[in-house]
Write a protein of this length. Structure first.
Length: 442
């Protein structure tokens, strides 16, 4: 869907390197925190099993989703693909699950930013640090996409380098005895409970598609950005998993000295090697903070585009679809997402917010792969500069794993599943009352 006549549109400024930076940057905080909650649920073996299966899902998904994003480059991402494949109602559902993922992931990351800051400035209130971060980076996104993407690329490169330094320091201290200690605290069933936190390793890489409308030559550059980003992330996820757990066992990176669940597992791991007063520890906290900022900032960017596209299409209030004529950014959509994020931060429930975002992500993967199959049948002549790798096997594999994962996450998190369903129902009530009629003229 293009912008309305006479309304300003998004500006094409992003090349393949910038898109790689966005793809890795959206996700890289998942290497720095959040995944460690899965160890409490599944132990070393359960979390490793969940991670390997989810990694396979993401490889299949990215090498399939790139077909859609290159063929239909639009800021709405899966909303646009599902609407084209299945009509307005399923398009709206796809847009809603995308918004749930992208709007609820940043508050969890903001709370991790506060936790990293707290390791050095314990007297600062975590909630206020998280909220301050929200204001700063929403403002940066509002200024302009070129500046936002350049900032994202710089901090992403620094965060990748820091992860490699972390692996270089902790890797030589890997202990098979520590890695295999208490590996299945809840049996193999814990692997299913660990799925949301395995998803967190890669969650939001699909945000590259939401920047396609701002990419130069999107039919080529989006595919390059997607494939190079997933290669980078799979390598980093596995390296971080083994080097973190292998230092002192999984409990040491789940619980801090006070016995509380920690949002800063990598500092806990490296402290066992060099101590908390060492320069390398300080470097990890400082540059690791940039890794969190990269994802926080990047997902705020993607969330603004996802919300904007629903407003621009008439499915959400039209004011959300406005693009500022000077900055050419969706300032109103960004501001509304900011308010929702602050409310989530004040709840103080990082692991539950992560799980809610994962519900949105898994539903998105199911709907996007279903859209891919449908559009192959309905529009065989559609120009596809990039075609899904090993079609239909890779997209089918991604669809199957995502569906089974969604069932497993629902079984282990029924209350959060209910919240997710309530959000969808409320959205659908609005859609049938107002959005469908408004969208019919778009």
């Amino acid at each position: 869907m293009s912008e309305a006549p006479g309304q300003p549109g998004l500006k094409r400024t992003l090349g393949p390197v910038m898109l790689w930076g966005l793809g890795v940057g959206y996700v890289i905080s998942g290497e720095y925190f959040g995944w460690n909650y899965g160890l409490e649920a599944g132990g070393t073996y359960g979390m490793l099993a969940a991670t390997l299966v989810i990694t396979l899902m993401y490889v299949g998904f990215v090498l399939s989703y790139a077909e859609l994003s290159c063929a239909i480059p639009n800021a709405g991402g899966v909303f646009v693909y599902a609407r084209r494949a299945f009509g307005d109602t399923w398009g709206f559902v796809a847009g809603m699950v995308q918004v749930v993922e992208f709007v609820f992931a940043p508050p969890a990351i903001a709370m991790a930013i506060a936790a990293y800051v707290n390791t050095r400035v314990p007297e600062w209130d975590k909630a206020w640090v998280a909220i301050a971060a929200y204001f700063v980076f929403t403002g940066l996104n509002a200024i302009g996409v070129a500046l936002a993407a350049t900032f994202e690329l710089v901090v992403t490169v620094l965060a990748v380098v820091e992860l490699l330094i972390f692996v270089g320091v902790t890797g030589p201290q890997f202990s098979v005895e520590q890695f295999t200690h208490n590996p299945l605290p809840h049996g193999w069933g814990g692997a299913f409970a660990a799925i949301p936190f395995a998803v967190w390793f890669y969650l939001a890489i699909e945000g590259v598609a939401n920047a396609a409308e701002e990419a130069k030559n999107p039919q080529r550059t989006v595919a390059i950005g997607f494939t190079s980003a997933i290669l980078t992330l799979v390598t980093l996820a596995l390296l971080v998993f083994f080097s973190s757990v292998g230092v002192a066992g999984w409990e040491a990176i789940v619980f801090d000295a006070a016995g509380q669940k920690s949002d800063a597992p990598l500092p806990l791991a490296i402290a066992h090697v060099v101590g908390s007063g060492n320069f390398l520890y300080t470097l990890l906290v400082g540059v690791g903070l940039l890794g969190l900022i990269a994802s926080f900032h990047g997902i705020i960017l993607a969330a603004g585009r996802a919300t904007m596209e629903l407003g621009r299409s008439g499915f959400f209030p039209g004011v959300l679809g406005r693009v500022h004529p000077k900055t050419q950014t969706p300032i109103i959509a960004l501001s509304v997402n900011l308010v929702v994020g602050i409310i989530a931060i004040l709840s103080g429930r990082t692991d539950e917010i992560i799980t809610l975002a994962c519900f949105g992500a898994l539903a998105l993967y199911i709907l996007s792969m279903a859209s891919l199959f449908a559009l192959r049948r309905q529009e065989p002549a559609l120009e596809r500069p990039f075609r899904a790798v090993l079609y239909p096997w890779f997209p089918g594999l991604a669809l199957g794993i995502a569906a089974l994962s969604l069932v497993a996450v629902t079984v282990y998190n029924p209350i959060i599943a209910a919240i997710f369903v309530v959000l969808l129902v409320v959205g659908l009530v609005y859609f049938f009352a107002f959005g469908r009629r408004a969208a019919s003229g778009s």
